[in-house]
Design a protein around this ligand. Structure first.
Ligand code: SF4
Ligand code: SF4
Length: 443
């Protein structure tokens, strides 16, 4: 058998635990009676609120207009009455101004047959405008506005467009299920992106733990009418990170501080491609997403199609509640996600998973002094020295940490995963980046 491609430096093999949901078809979650929709669900400036308390909104109506170059539109996920415009706590602990909507009135699209739009006659610019209007952002968790990513500088040429179906985070299977259940829609979404970017080649990257998805995508790849191939990849975390993915597939390195387009590449998650299909072909703004609700402490783990703004606690209830008290509930994947302290926090465009972990699933966190074992250095896919960076940050020596490449840290969590001393290395990196930026701003 041909050796599977992967990135050469570092990486780890955490237990996948995908079996809990990988065989279960996506089901619709209950529509929330109250939807809390943050105006900041993306990287960049928050959207500007367009409505006031007491006003009626329709399903899919624009309620937040993007502001500035990097921003995204926000739409109402349910029809109803605006109860409040106030700060909302997000799953990552940050606050965002948001709109609280109480459900009332008719759904415009739910349960109704929608006509498909004939997009083939539209220009690349018109397609890009639709993607911007419908609020599409990177659905793999990065939430970078897609219309900004696809605005390619004049001097640049897209040689490789990569559809990212790796889903390398343990437990998550939303992308896996999408590839199985929405294969043709994803291919049509990729054709739309093909028209916008006109890449020389399209790659569909899938880790080898999703053999059924590899098979269906291989059968459907001819729909792309272009030089396109499905690339099965070795199962290794963080295979889905853009930099690691491009190293594995086209053997090029994104320069420090650079972007994939600097090496002629653009990467988009399969969830994003599906959202593009829905936006362009079905005329639907980004008001729902697939969320994997799983973990040893969830009674009946599922992949749910969820309206944005639904409280995370509702999803847990929908999956039968807790089978035992979790020691930790995480939004996103267990490696890069955020511990949730407030189950009222809403699902946002970037919520790929909700994982309730038992004591058995969470490593003991009794921290001891560094053993100088060097394991964190061995596994860092960015070739950094996490133990040194952590010490520099601990001593508030942010300048030295920056010189050592702190900003190249992807916060992937490989170092903390391997650390036998349970040192909170990723937390340290995040803090260090924040402090270094603050220091720079102050001059
Ligand atoms: S979190 Fe940062 S320092 Fe740690 S392994 Fe990942 S890239 Fe390296
Ligand atoms: S893995 Fe942990 S104990 Fe080992 S060198 Fe890195 S920080 Fe120290």
């Amino acid at each position: 058998m041909r050796r599977l491609k992967t990135f050469p430096k570092g990486g780890v093999h955490p237990p996948g635990n995908k079996h809990l949901t990988s065989g279960k078809a996506i089901i619709n979650a209950a529509i929330p009676s109250i939807s809390r929709i943050p105006l900041q669900q993306h990287i960049g400036s928050p959207a500007e609120c367009l409505i006031n308390p007491g006003e009626n909104v329709k399903e899919g109506m624009l309620i937040g207009r993007s502001t500035g170059f990097i921003s995204a539109q926000i739409h109402s996920s349910i029809p109803g009455v605006v109860k409040e415009v106030r700060d909302i706590y997000l799953a990552n602990g940050f606050k965002s101004k948001g709109v609280v909507i109480e459900m009332e009135g008719e759904f415009d699209t739910l349960g109704k047959r929608q006509e498909k739009n004939n997009w083939e006659k539209l220009s690349a610019e018109e397609l890009l405008n639709i993607i911007a209007d419908r609020g599409i952002v990177g659905m793999g968790g990065a939430t970078f506005p897609t219309h900004v990513k696809y605005k390619i500088p004049k001097h640049a040429k897209v040689e490789a467009f990569v559809v990212n179906g790796t889903e390398c985070e343990p437990y998550l299977t939303a992308d896996h299920r999408l590839m199985l259940e929405k294969t043709e829609e994803i291919m049509e979404g990729a054709r739309i992106v093909d028209k916008i970017l006109n890449p020389e080649k399209i790659y569909i990257a899938i880790e080898a733990n999703k053999l059924d998805a590899i098979e269906v995508m291989q059968k459907a790849v001819s729909l792309l009418n272009k030089h396109a191939e499905v690339v099965p990849l070795e199962i290794k975390y963080p295979q889905g990170d853009e930099k690691q993915l491009l190293k594995a597939i086209i053997n090029r390195e994104v320069p420090s501080g650079g972007l994939p387009i600097d090496i002629g590449a653009v990467v988009s998650n399969v969830g994003t491609i599906f959202a593009i299909y829905e936006a362009v072909v079905m005329g639907k703004p980004l008001i729902e997403r697939i969320v994997t609700v799983t973990g040893g402490a969830i009674k009946n783990p599922q992949n749910l199609k969820v309206r944005i703004g639904t409280p995370i606690g509702d999803l847990i209830e929908e999956c039968g509640g807790f089978s035992e008290m979790p020691v930790k509930v995480v939004a996103g994947g267990p490696m890069m996600g955020f511990a949730i302290y407030e189950l009222e926090a809403p699902v946002t465009k970037g919520t790929s998973g909700v994982i309730a972990l038992t004591k058995k699933e969470v490593k003991s966190n009794n921290q001891t002094p560094c053993l100088n074992c060097g394991r964190c250095i061995t596994v860092c896919p960015m070739g950094l020295n996490p133990t040194l960076l952590f010490k520099e940050i601990d001593h508030m020596d942010y300048d030295s940490a920056m010189e050592e490449g702190l900003m190249d840290c992807k916060e992937c969590g490989c170092c903390a995963f391997m650390c036998p001393a349970h040192i909170p290395l990723v937390h340290g990196m995040k803090l260090g980046k924040y402090m270094a930026k603050k220091k720079k701003e102050k001059g």
